[in-house]
Design a protein around this ligand. Structure first.
Ligand SMILES: [Cu+2]
Length: 301
């Protein structure tokens, strides 16, 4: 019985992996987390590129080296200083040299990590003015040119949905999660608990300034593929930006515990071509949001 199931498992494992590969590959294209995901969500902005590079080329090396060092020390201690190998225990209580080393070396490691880290952080926090060089992106493979913001959208957190105000064109709407029945009827291909009725629509290859605020309690506006996460605080405007270089729909979630439906106020940003955006904007700012969305969705198919 055991032998049979063992052989069955061995035979089906490569087939299972082969069957999963295309699913994983296509999941890489998605703008949201997916089952089996190991790495960070796919990046479509310069800031997220810098964050991914920081994670892959700095943090992972530092973490791996520290884990290996601790593992080696543990193995040495277990083998050399167990009771059998070392019957008379050492009476050493301190060693100044060792204490200085284990204080100074971690400080140096943190200091070295902090330099690129602050570069990436500064990039997130600084709205492009068309002139600034992006430090984090510069550290990780060349400066990127980011134009000045082409539009400003204010994202406002409510219990429990988001509102989007298009500041340049003076119109706004709210964005509410679709329940299972609504999703099956209106957006069956979009993910459960993330699909919304009205998405925030922005043009591709455009710097979008996002003002973030809240109407009632603390919320947080976060879109992992853009590398942004900003607290939404009542009576306060926080600011962030993104420059998406690929069309598609990118999801995020409220990231500050805000009450019973905190888990059900997703953020959905649809990045479209400039002419599609212009057509959507003209209709939506003219008061016909549902018509604008329907036309946009039809043009995307
Ligand atoms: Cu919230």
């Amino acid at each position: 019985m055991t032998g049979f199931s063992f052989r069955l498992a061995r035979a089906s494992l490569p087939a299972l992996i082969l069957a999963l590969l295309p699913a994983l590959a296509s999941a890489q294209e998605l703008g949201y987390a997916h089952p089996g995901q190991i790495g960070l969500q796919r990046s479509v902005t310069p800031v997220m590129d810098a964050m991914v590079a920081f994670h892959d080329h700095v943090l992972m090396w530092a973490i791996s080296a520290i884990v290996l060092l601790v593992l080696v020390l543990l193995v040495v201690i277990v083998l050399r200083f167990n009771q059998r190998a070392n019957p008379v225990p050492s009476r050493v209580t301190h060693n100044t040299m060792v204490e200085v080393v284990w204080t100074v070396v971690p400080v140096l490691i943190l200091f070295v990590i902090a330099i690129p880290s602050f570069g990436v952080l500064a990039d997130q926090e600084t709205i492009p003015d068309g002139e600034r060089t992006y430090l984090g992106s510069q550290i990780f493979g060349g400066a990127v040119e980011v134009p000045e913001p082409g539009l400003t959208v204010k994202a406002v957190g409510y219990q429990w949905y988001w509102g989007y105000e298009y500041m340049d064109d003076d119109f706004d709407f709210v964005s509410i999660m679709l329940n299972d029945d609504q999703r099956a009827e209106r957006k069956p291909t979009e993910p459960r608990l993330l699909a919304v009725d009205n998405e925030m629509v922005v043009p591709v290859n455009t710097t979008v300034r996002v003002l973030v605020s809240a109407a009632d309690v603390l919320h947080a506006f976060a879109v992992p593929s853009f590398g942004i996460k900003v607290d939404a605080v009542p009576d306060r405007n926080n600011e962030t930006w993104f420059y998406a270089r690929e069309t598609g729909i990118y999801y995020g979630q409220c990231s500050e515990l805000c009450g019973k439906d905190h888990a059900f106020m997703p953020i959905a940003v649809r990045v479209v071509e400039q002419d599609q955006y212009d057509a959507w904007l003209a209709a939506a700012s003219g008061g016909d949001l549902s018509g604008a969305n329907a036309t946009l969705l039809a043009s995307l198919e």
